[in-house]
Design a protein around this ligand. Structure first.
Ligand code: FAD
Length: 290
């Protein structure tokens, strides 16, 4: 199934994200956690790609297994920083072999210890998208990332939206947002990109924060300030793991319900190999996504 067909439908959908194991040491536990998320049968699942291509094979293995074992459609992330033409072609061939029809095409984060020029072959996600189109034609549905609060490397939000437009022109059919904790940030972003002529579906990415230790990294990634309401929640429940998990799931659910109530039908949850968190959100939305 091509995800763009689902995103064009009026049905309300919730999708989940998992990451592949980075080493053999924890392969089984991470793999099993990803499969337990798949067993919840979300609308689709995305499988991330380790920085610098470090999880290339396991990304495809996990995405392929989810489709085979649970009949849940997957989208495999693919990054181009540090990759050359041959690496990309091999990944695309691997996806075809495993029946993966959807790609989230990304520039990728650069590993801290990366030796050499990560942009020797591709500098931007739009160049990866052009490469996919050139090699595989329209075989894949291609999605991309966007940043409601601006990407860290962009001089300003206006320039970032201009660059986003180039990504769409290269063949990106839909976008998934970086996490945000205040829905107004998403609504404002949507308004600004629509004004610039970007009309593709923009799936909001919601990250349930279920541990106080996640906060610093989440803020770094989203580039945002934590809303006061969320800060109070972390301050109050952060030292009680079970209460923090419950509160984090409730906060994410609240964001999702507000989005759906405002006509946003497709939601992506950064469930990150936590089946209990994904199940908690699904349960809270059971009547809404029926
Ligand atoms: P791009 O779209 O290439 O943009 C990067 C920067 O370059 C931006 O500042 C943009 O404004 C600028 N730019 C783009 N095009 C041009 C142009 N033509 N001229 C000048 N400037 C330009 N990382 C991973 O390593 N693995 C993953 O699995 C992964 N999954 C992600 C999923 C989502 C939904 C999101 C939001 C991010 C994910 N990331 C992942 C992180 C991502 O790789 C980084 O944020 C990376 O720094 C940017 O990737 P991009 O594809 O958005 O880059």
């Amino acid at each position: 199934m091509k995800i763009i067909d689902l995103l064009k439908s009026d049905k309300v959908t919730v999708s989940f994200e998992v990451f592949p194991p980075k080493s053999e040491a924890n392969y089984e536990s991470i793999y099993n956690a990803a499969m337990n998320v798949a067993a919840l049968k979300p609308a689709y699942m995305s499988v991330t790609y380790g920085a610098g291509g470090s999880t290339s094979k396991s990304t495809l293995d996990i995405a392929g297994d989810i489709q085979k074992r649970y009949d849940v459609c997957t989208i495999a992330h693919l990054t181009c920083a540090g990759a050359d033409k041959d690496d990309i072609h091999k990944s695309l061939d691997g996806m075809k072999t495993k029946g993966i029809e959807n790609i989230l095409a990304l520039r990728g984060d650069i590993p801290k210890d990366y030796d050499g020029d990560p942009f020797a072959h591709y500098r931007y996600a739009s160049e990866l998208i052009s490469e996919i189109k050139e090699y595989a034609g329209d075989s894949f549905c291609i999605g991309g990332a966007c940043y409601p609060e601006g990407h860290v490397d962009a001089a300003n939000k206006k320039e970032d939206i201009g660059n986003l437009k180039k990504k769409i022109e290269a063949g990106c059919e839909f976008l998934t947002t970086q996490m945000f904790f205040d829905n107004n940030i998403y609504y404002n972003f949507l308004y600004r990109i629509r004004e610039q002529g970007i009309v593709v579906p923009v799936v909001p990415g919601i990250m349930p924060i279920t541990r106080a230790t996640q906060v610093a990294n989440a803020l770094k990634l989203s580039g945002s300030n934590m809303p006061e309401r969320f800060r109070n929640l972390v301050d109050h429940f952060g030292t009680n793991p079970a209460a923090m998990q419950q509160a984090g799931i409730a906060y994410a659910t609240d964001q999702i319900i507000d989005l759906i109530a405002n006509g946003i039908n497709h939601i992506h949850v950064y469930s990150m190999n936590k089946p209990e968190v994904a199940a908690g959100i699904q349960k809270n939305l059971s009547e809404i996504i029926k």
